[in-house]
Ligand binder design. Sequence first.
Ligand code: WT7
Length: 646
Amino acid sequence: MSDKNLYPVPQEWAKRARVNAEKYAQLYGRALADPGSFWLEQARRLDWIKRPEIAGDWSFREEDFRISWFPDGKLNAAANCIDRHLKTRPDQVAILWEPDDPAEEARRFTYRELHAEVCRFANVLKGQGVQKGDRVTIYLPMIPEAAFAILACARIGAIHSVVFGGFSPEALAGRIQDCDSKIVVTADEGRRGGKRVPLKANVDAAAVHTPSLEKVVVVRATGGDVAMTAGRDAWYHDLARDADGDCPCEPMGAEDPLFILYTSGSTGKPKGVLHTTGGYLVWVALTHELTFDYQPGSIYWCAADIGWVTGHSYILYGPLANGATTMMYEGVPNWPTPSRIWEVVDKHGVEIVYTAPTALRALMREGDDWVKRTSRGSLKLLGTVGEPINPEAWRWYHEVVGEGRCPIIDTWWQTETGGTMIAPLPGATDLKPGSATKPMPGIDPQIVDGDGNVLQGAAEGNLVIAKSWPGQMRTVWGDHGRFFQTYFSTYPGKYFTGDGARRDEDGYYWITGRVDDVLNVSGHRMGTAEIESALVLHPKVAEAAVVGMPHEIKGQGIYAYVTLNAGEEPGDDLRGALGKWVRTEIGPIATPDAIQFAPGLPKTRSGKIMRRILRKIAEGDVSNLGDISTLADPAVVDDLVANRVS
Ligand code: WT7
């Protein structure tokens, strides 16, 4: 108690929560000691068409590399998220939708209504020729139809690939093509913070590069003017008019694909992370219940976008599998004012809020008044995800937002892991600000050094996971070799997360950030290679290197070093043009925060760019550049230091 960096589990939480410290120890021990029976028991939280008799069957070794969970089971994810609740809670609100503009009405869909909407959407997709196993690209704003479209795919066994509405036409085109999807579901426009996003126009621009695309289904969201291409485009409301409100669920093998979600890696183009049906759903249902101690009747709000894995797992699949009331918010945290999140909490009696540290840092900067003018009396638990939370933001969340009453649940996980991996359980885990604390049942984290030696006790190094878990991704779409190479070749026999971590003397994990060339900008993952490829596509650019730099609100900012073609003049105009170029190539989230024109980049004699040096300069840590004697031309460093952009 005397340690101001330790927040013990409150008494009432230890009593009330599903899992207390003792139960956690039991669950954790059993899951690793007897995974077969533990996971078959966990599988019972779902409704199966054929209940599995096999749990995990996996090996991370190259010679017999395989990952499968519940392979003999059959089920349907939409049936688990909707139909099975029709018996027990047909009139409970499943999805509570809060619009961008607070002057507009919120919308509510009970489980019965959700069933009808999803069936109708499923029949519309079928009418467009979509069959089991087909890929459906979903490029929608945060409107209820996004949930309907996703669940409709699950219902008919189509594989959804949701592309974040903030991605550019080029990025969208790449994702449509990579999985060879023949249909895109989009909207006329999106709305965020009072601004409009031209989604349909973006699809039109993307379609120029996507020969596989045959159909575009357009949801009317804003009523904005859009062009419709005859034979290819159709309005959803026209197609839905005659669509049946009932649609049978396709029986799926547990290992049949559920969705693809593209994410940036340290090299090359974004990877299509593939999740399958049974293991994923068991994992998100279990982790949603444990990390949030979800209790029936609670109003639960995950403030992520449906375009990221957080939205997939914790707006839709996890909470709906558990029969929750899940909120979907169309807007942004700070519009019309920095009070908005807390006003929405009061308006709907939200008990659980789950958001990103970057949003908290931005709101914290606006001052406590915006928070204090709201009640927040309904709040019970506050979660964070996406990046390390600095202790200052943690304490602000705990003390100002939660008035000291709500546990802060800092959840570490990845698109690849399907659901939370390291996170406190509110009734079981004493909290330390900035630590994601302890692993979930079934998760066996290890800290290894550069040579792969497993470090014991208090240690810092690279974070690997030694055993498979049901929610693990199964492959990179279309490139199984890249899957193995990316995650299992660095430390043979182990899943490499790409993150560094420290384990303290109490066995608590502290994520220190990526150890590869992946940035985390406002909780969004950005591969430096992707931004570099975009920059070098510009006709005036010869070469580019991108690194991260500390950023007060975003966590990490994007710092780009650009070498121009001979004869090109650097200057602010070109700097602006390059920023705009990256926005168009990838999307606004990839816009560099700083661009430094560099006549040369620091390279080794073999031509490898020494990013360590570029990182140091971007961070402003120029007094300590380390050994530069192996550079082909050490003089370039002086120029880089002298022309640093601050
Ligand atoms: C990367 C994964 C998890 C869904 C959203 C992001 C970083 C994520 C935390 C956390 C420290 C975190 C890691 C990870 N990260 N959560 N609580 N503490 N770092 O998913 O886009 O796949 O990014 O985000 O670096 O590898 P993602």
